[in-house]
Design a protein around this ligand. Sequence first.
Ligand SMILES: [Zn+2]
Length: 342
Amino acid sequence: MNKLLPTSTAGSLPKPSWLAQPETLWSPWKLQGQELVEGKQDALRVALNDQQRAGIDIVSDGEQTRQHFVTSFIEHLGGVDFEKRETVRIRDRYDASVPTVVGAVSRHKPVFLDDAKFLRGQTDQPIKWALPGPMTMIDTLYDAHYKSREKLAWEFARILNQEAKELEAAGVDIIQFDEPAFNVFFDEVNDWGIAALEKAAEGLKCETAVHICYGYGIKANTDWKKTLGTEWRQYEEIFPKLQTSSIDMISLECQHSRVPMDLIELLRGKKVMVGAIDVATHTIETPDEVADVLRNALRFVDADKLYPCTNCGMAPLPRHVAQGKLTALSAGAAIVRNELSA
Ligand SMILES: [Zn+2]
């Protein structure tokens, strides 16, 4: 992009109440069959329009066609039995009943291709598409087949690469892999997690991003954050290796997080999506609060590599709150953009 400080979101936006119950994760669809297909497309159009009205530069589908950022991809794959469930610990944080990997995992047909083509047909703006990352995918399943987190991650990376290449061909400008698990399993991230991520992005000519956050503003996450102390130095464990990786952009949580901003220096040379909107509160940031985070980040990121963004997805927020936050993000970025060009 030629524009300085182009704004974007981590991905998800609230769904309209006629499509799914608001302010709820995993909310069941309210429509069925062809009505659901059209309902999702209409919701995608609304989410796009909301972003455009707020002045967001790099737009997304708002993840209007998925119930969950990981599961909605996995449920299209072979080798995973959604009836057979086991309880596992998600990201070492909370227990959840999850599907079981019962055989070799495979992708029989594209998962998000039609949705991405639909979004591409609606706008000439740059579009970003989110996929789950390999490590976060394996962390959301019980594996009774490979019995190796690394092996399963490699298989998912291969599948993600097929999907990503089709999304690229459909005109997606940035493919983002969501890897909140990178903030938890540092040894594995450095041993094979980043390598698996690079495998997922292998051969792509569009830009690639990885989103690493401290999670949605749900209770399990906010409780976990309270245990992390006054300085969150998790990123420090993985940034050195990410800096030398083939991934172009790193998406981070910076607003109201206790991450010391100087850790971003470890990524120098990469494009950084700086989270300047807190998704764990209904309080809408002022443009000045957004600008403060961006100015702080500019000490460690070159201006032409800074992408103002949200900390994480906004799916669980009330729609008017999410809209207010999008508008604040644009306004805050505009303040700093003006300062830079002054
Ligand atoms: Zn996130």
